[in-house]
Design a protein around this ligand. Structure first.
Ligand code: ADP
Length: 358
C-alpha cells in the first residue's frame, strides 16, 4: 500500500521543532541524526550537544508531538543520543554562522577597570560605566573578570548561569540588552575561590573568547584589584584599549593605584584616567560637601602620574542600596542625583577620548 509518511514529510515537521536553548530548528542545527519509517511507525534519532542535557525531555516530547501530527502515524519512537566530535563541530559552525561574533573581534573598545586594592568601588564604577554607556545609546558588554570576588551578579541580581551552547560557545546573560558575563553565578556564594594559575587563565579565555558578545561598542572588563595575572591574561587574549583606575581619596589608595598604573603601562595599555570614588558626601541638611576620606587623592595621583582625572563620584546611599538590592542604579535614580551625573560624565569623557569628533 502507498505510504504517505515520507522522510521528507518527517523532516518538514521537525523543521518546526526548536532547540529550547538555542531557539533554532533542530533540523537546521543538524541535530536530527536519522529518521526511519516502518509502515506507520516512525523512529527519530536526535543528537544532543551534551550528555544529560536538562532540556532533553522537553525536546523529546516536542519531537514526538510534531511527528504525530502527520496523518497515519501510529507510533513515534524518539531516541536521544549525544553528538560526536564531528557532529559537534558542524553544530558549532551553524551557530557561528548565525552569530559570527563570538569573541571580542567585533568589539570596538575594550576598557579595563582596575584598582590598587579592593573595596574602593572598582566594580561599582565598572558596572555603572557600562550602564552609562547604555544610557548613551551604545552597545555594551560587561565582563566581570574579578574571579576571586565577582560582585556584578549580586549588583544586578543575576542568578542564571550563562548558557553553554556547546563546548566552546557561551550565550551571555543579558540585562537591558547589555551582555554580561560573570563568575558570580557559577561560583558558590560565601565559598573561598581557589584558582590555580593555568585554570584562571583558561577560565578567562573561555569567558572572553567563547562568549557570543556580538557587536559591541564597549566591553567593560572589571578586573580583580591589584596587579595580578588576570590583567595579563586579558591583555594577552584580547587587546585592552584603555584602562580606568579607581581610587578613593586616601593617599594610601593612591599609592597602591600607582603600582596598577605601572602594570598597565608595562603591558603597553593606555591609561584613560583615574576615577576618584567616594570623593565626598553631600549632607542633605547643610548641603555642604564633606570630604570624609580626605581630599584630592585623584588630583595628587594625576599630577604624579600625568594621567587625567575622569571624574569624582560622591558617596551616595541610593547607589549603595541599588547595588545591595540588585537594581541597576543608572536606570533607577533621578537625573539630578550627583553620583548619576558624575558617572554619566565619566562615560562621556571616555567616549571623547575614543571618539573625539563627537
Ligand atoms: P571593589 O570592587 O573595589 O571591591 P565595590 O564596587 O564592590 O568595590 O564596592 C564596595 C562597596 O562600596 C559596595 O557595597 C558598594 O555598593 C559600595 N560603594 C561603592 N562606591 C560607592 C559610592 N560612591 N557610594 C556609596 N557606596 C559605594
Amino acid at each position: 500500500m502507498f505510504n504517505s509518511i515520507t522522510k521528507e514529510r518527517v523532516f518538514r515537521v521537525l523543521e518546526q521543532v526548536m532547540d529550547p536553548e538555542v531557539g533554532r530548528s533542530i533540523v537546521e542545527l543538524n541535530m536530527v541524526r536519522s529518521v526511519e519509517i516502518e509502515n506507520s511507525r516512525v523512529s527519530v534519532e536526535i543528537a544532543l550537544t551534551v550528555r544529560g542535557c536538562p532540556l532533553a525531555k522537553t525536546l523529546e516530547e516536542d519531537v514526538r508531538l510534531a511527528v504525530q501530527t502527520i496523518p497515519g502515524v501510529s507510533e513515534v519512537i524518539v531516541k536521544m543520543g549525544t553528538m560526536g566530535p564531528e557532529e559537534l563541530q558542524r553544530f558549532v559552525g551553524q551557530i557561528k554562522a548565525r552569530h559570527p561574533q563570538a569573541g571580542t573581534e567585533h568589539t570596538r573598545h575594550i576598557v579595563a577597570v582596575g584598582s590598587g586594592k579592593g573595596g574602593v568601588g572598582k566594580s561599582t564604577i565598572a558596572l555603572n560605566l557600562a550602564l552609562s554607556f547604555l544610557k548613551l545609546g551604545k552597545k555594551v558588554g560587561l565582563f566581570d573578570a574579578d574571579i576571586w570576588g565577582p560582585s556584578i551578579a549580586k549588583m544586578l541580581n543575576l542568578r542564571d548561569m550563562p548558557t553553554a551552547l556547546a563546548d566552546n560557545l557561551i550565550e551571555p546573560l543579558e540585562v537591558f540588552q547589555m551582555k554580561v558575563m560573570t563568575f558570580g553565578t557559577i561560583l558558590r556564594e560565601n565559598q573561598p575561590v581557589i584558582w590555580r594559575g593555568p585554570m584562571a587563565h583558561k577560565a578567562i579565555e573561555q569567558f572572553l573568547l567563547d562568549t557570543l558578545w556580538g557587536e559591541l561598542d564597549y566591553l567593560i572588563v572589571d578586573l580583580p584589584p591589584g596587579t595580578g595575572d588576570v590583567a595579563i591574561s586579558v591583555s594577552q587574549l584580547a587587546r585592552i584599549d584603555g584602562a580606568v583606575l579607581v581610587t578613593t581619596p586616601q593617599e594610601v589608595a593612591a599609592l597602591d593605584v600607582r603600582k596598577a598604573i605601572n602594570m598597565f603601562r608595562s603591558m603597553g595599555v593606555r591609561i584613560l584616567g583615574v576615577v576618584e570614588n567616594m570623593a565626598y558626601f553631600r549632607c542633605s541638611r547643610c548641603l555642604e560637601k564633606h570630604f570624609i576620606f580626605g581630599k584630592n587623592g585623584a588630583q595628587t595621583l594625576s599630577d604624579l602620574e600625568h594621567v587625567p582625572v575622569l571624574g569624582q563620584v560622591p558617596l551616595d546611599i541610593t547607589l549603595m542600596e541599588a547595588e545591595d538590592k540588585g537594581f541597576p542604579f543608572m536606570f533607577n535614580v533621578s537625573e539630578n542625583n550627583e553620583a548619576y551625573s558624575a558617572l554619566l560624565n565619566i562615560a562621556r569623557n571616555i567616549y571623547q577620548i575614543f571618539e573625539p569628533t563627537h
